[in-house]
Design a binder for this molecule. Structure first.
Ligand SMILES: [Zn+2]
Length: 208
């Protein structure tokens, strides 16, 4: 939403400036300055996802776990693990969490599910929140088209749902930022966002 407002404002100011430049009542450098400011806003909006520049993101415990009792004088954290499922590290992590009776969030990569279905099942049965972390975790995810992004999200959702029976409610992109193509692909999927990277609407498992 902020991206659209900024872009419309940019367009209006550009046209206004052009009008005055043609009439030689303004310097062309103002147009250059405006362009530089606009590009900076696009880049910073992608880096500082807490700005919710392209899409609404969850980036605090109170937003992510609205049912958790949050007091101003206490500190709460969410444990999140990315890039699984790994046959050794994920198994070890699950065992430690089980021993300590701690629930966490796992953002799994779609292509890592095949062959590790049992671990994903254990993850779900242990009561952890399972999120979508794209299918391939490609370095250029942010630069892909909204259609490609949507496919990555849907393929991963299907793989997770095939094992757990539940569609993930949170998505975290494989690279830190978002951009306009992501917000298009995301909105088609009706997901909510996780701020450190993203998430989904609808069913959210209760975290103890
Ligand atoms: Zn990752």
């Amino acid at each position: 939403m902020k991206f659209k407002i900024v872009s419309i404002a940019f367009l209006i100011i550009t046209l206004t400036l052009l009008f005055f430049i043609v009439r030689e009542q303004a310097s062309v450098w103002l147009l250059v300055l405006l362009f530089v400011v606009y590009i900076h806003l696009l880049v910073l909006g992608s880096i500082f996802i807490q700005w919710n520049f392209y899409i609404k993101s969850i980036h605090s415990v109170s937003e992510f776990l609205p049912e958790a009792p949050i007091h101003h004088h206490t500190k709460k954290i969410c444990l999140t693990f990315d890039d699984g499922i790994h046959p050794v590290h994920t198994a070890t992590t699950l065992q430690i969490l089980r021993n300590k009776n701690v629930k966490a969030h796992f953002f799994v990569i779609g292509k890592n599910i095949e062959g590790n279905e049992q671990l994903l099942k254990e993850m779900y049965q242990d009561g952890h929140q399972i999120g979508n972390h794209s299918f391939n975790h490609s370095w250029n995810f942010d630069l892909r088209s909204s259609t490609d992004m949507q496919k990555e999200i849907e393929d991963t959702n299907k793989s997770i749902q095939a094992v757990t029976g539940v569609k993930p409610q949170i998505f975290r992109p494989p690279v830190r930022g978002y951009q306009s193509q992501f917000s298009k692909g995301h909105s088609k999927n009706k997901h909510a966002q996780h701020g450190l990277e993203p998430s989904f609407n609808g069913h959210r498992r209760k975290i103890q």
